[in-house]
Write a protein of this length. Structure first.
Lengths: 141, 148
């Protein structure tokens, strides 16, 4: 009697890759379509003046008050009763003041002034390297 | 006598179908759960500024106040009035030190100054000095729409 030896069976593993690749691409397309791009945001430091604190703290410091109004959705700036409509002119005025004194800027806006104009004035102050800037609650009715 | 060698091929195939089912179950689960999560940031058109600073780290004690174009004040997805945000600010300043509490005001660019001024005054009344306004770089397209 001859014993039949069975050879050890060869285990053949198969992984069906195309199906997995299809799933991965489906997921990728799904999340690309459903997700929305996030706008990178930044922030600017600001502060609000308190009653009685709008006067200059030192003799070498001058307080410059910028009054902002809105007319036909365009901003109008007033510094020392002089009216400006151009941001570049406003920045030049602030630069000239900054060169003479240590200036502290107080921004005062009317109720109907769009927030973007107030931020633009704040930005103009930072662009001429004046960081001592504060908003004033005066002018809001 | 011809010997027939019995050949048996033991092929092990991994059944992909249950795996796909599990993947889709997970997707549906996370889609459902993600809507329940609190949203601190609302979709707004922020004003543009060149000198904005990117926030590298978000402070734990940072309160984000969103103000929509219509003047609605939203904090963590809930609407508040000007008076009621004072209570929230008081709670935050009581729990933490006043120096560590900062406020980020994200207001729509077309919003009138009055509402923003009121919110900033409330912050000042509660002794919060670190107030910042949310801005975007000039020229960035408005990809977010106002959901309010």
């Amino acid at each position: 009697m001859r014993l039949i030896r069975r050879k050890p069976s060869v285990i053949d593993l198969e992984l069906n890759m195309p199906a997995m690749v299809d799933i991965v691409f489906l997921l990728l397309i799904f999340f690309m379509c459903t997700s929305s791009l996030i706008q990178p945001e930044e922030s600017m430091a600001s502060q609000m003046t308190r009653p009685g604190s709008e006067k200059s703290s030192s003799s070498n410091e001058r307080t410059v008050r910028i009054k902002v109004r809105a007319a036909d959705n365009e901003p109008i700036f007033e510094i020392d009763k002089q009216i400006y409509k151009d941001f570049n002119v406003l920045m030049e005025k602030l630069k000239s003041r900054r060169d003479l004194f240590d200036i502290r800027i107080v921004i005062e806006g009317q109720s109907n002034v769009p927030f973007k104009h107030m931020v633009a004035v704040l930005d103009a102050c930072y662009r001429v390297n004046v960081t001592n800037v504060a908003f004033s609650p005066k002018g809001v009715k | 006598m011809r010997l027939h060698k019995a050949r048996r091929d033991f092929g092990y195939n991994i059944n992909i179908a249950p795996l796909i089912d599990v993947v889709f179950l997970l997707i549906i689960f996370f889609l459902t759960v993600s809507h329940i999560a609190q949203v601190r940031v609302e979709a707004l058109s922020l004003p543009e500024a060149q000198k904005g600073e990117k926030a590298d780290q978000v402070s734990e004690a940072r309160i984000i106040i969103n103000i929509t174009k219509e003047g609605h004040i939203i904090i963590s997805g809930q609407k508040y009035s000007v008076e009621s945000i004072g209570k929230i600010l008081s709670q935050e300043t009581q729990n933490k030190e006043q120096d560590t509490v900062s406020v980020l005001i994200r207001a729509d660019r077309e919003l009138g100054w009055k509402r923003v001024s009121e919110v900033m005054q409330e912050c000042s009344k509660k002794g919060i000095t670190q107030i910042s306004v949310g801005v975007i770089e000039p020229g960035q397209s408005d990809t977010l729409s106002d959901e309010e």
